[in-house]
Design a protein around this ligand. Sequence first.
Ligand SMILES: Cc1ncc(COP(=O)(O)O)c(C=O)c1O
Length: 364
Amino acid sequence: MADWSSLLRPELADLAAYVSARHDGIRAHLDANEAPPLRSPRLREVVERAVARTALERYPDARASELRARIAERTGARPEELLIGTGSDEVIALVLTAMARPRELAAQAVVLTPSPTFVMYRIAARAHGVRPVEVPLDSSWDLDVRAMARAVEVVQPSVVFLASPNNPTGNRLSDDRVQSLLAVAGDALVVIDEAYVDFAGESRRSWRGRFPRLGIMRTLSKVGLAALRVGWLEADAALVGEVDKARAPFNVSATSQAIAADVLSEAWPEIEANVRAIVSERERVASEVRALGGYDVAPSAANFLWIGTPQPAAAVSAELLARGVLVRSFHAAGGRLANRVRVTTGARADNDRFLEALRSLGSP
Ligand SMILES: Cc1ncc(COP(=O)(O)O)c(C=O)c1O
């Protein structure tokens, strides 16, 4: 194979292509924070009708006008404040494409995030030639506002990503701390990534009135529609207009636009019912794991549990995998993550497989 290294962005040498762990023999996929299948006949009917009304010979609507209108209706945003991406992954990439401008005298633009958090902020930053700076969350996995404020002062980020509820820790970052950070974030765009907000109650989009540089990111992936790859940013219309210039014109497929638009306007109660069922399953699994003793189950506001394990997480996750249950271990990061696994709340049968596998590991 040829050597391309002199032409490639040097950061790529440290990155690895994303692979999702889908192998044979797995009976319960609880590693990717997906929802259980949406089985409501009404929802299936809405989806089938949306596919049937899609003109397959035509390019998709480049402006995603109908989908933006439906999101606007459901959230209260204005359509011109919405940037739609192929999942929030693409939204993150588009924001970084548009905002990779280094500040005066700096070699690179900076993205600031707490840690641990969703890995794509760091990966996407590196892939765009932007410097990721991470500030550890405190001992209750909440924002360390003083350390974040200091980082803002020193590194002058262009973008701050805050996932709330946070992945992988599952907690909502507290209101007063997020507001304190917003107050000192200077001219940076602060994005609250609300990928899991459906499981956590209130969105913070109403704060945009007070903090004009606040953006809210959402996705349909966690509530049962991950296959569509639809995510969005709600932010200041002037910024959205600029970032939109970097977007490929037909970035979201016509079928995804149509299905997402119709589900948002006609079948949202079915999605909400599924979310309620996941939340109730999450609490059942949490209490059963706590009852085993030895496991530290953090309170979760998302569709997964962040579990401290009595043995190293690498061993626990390998034992679970041997029993056909795939969870996400964070041992590779070391330190306080060496004994932590993240377990998606799936369908009841899958959750039972997880509980049964965990019990069979024996008492800690
Ligand atoms: C915090 C957070 N944001 C965004 C995403 C990705 O969402 P999407 O499927 O819309 O790209 C995830 C997925 O795990 C996530 O945990």
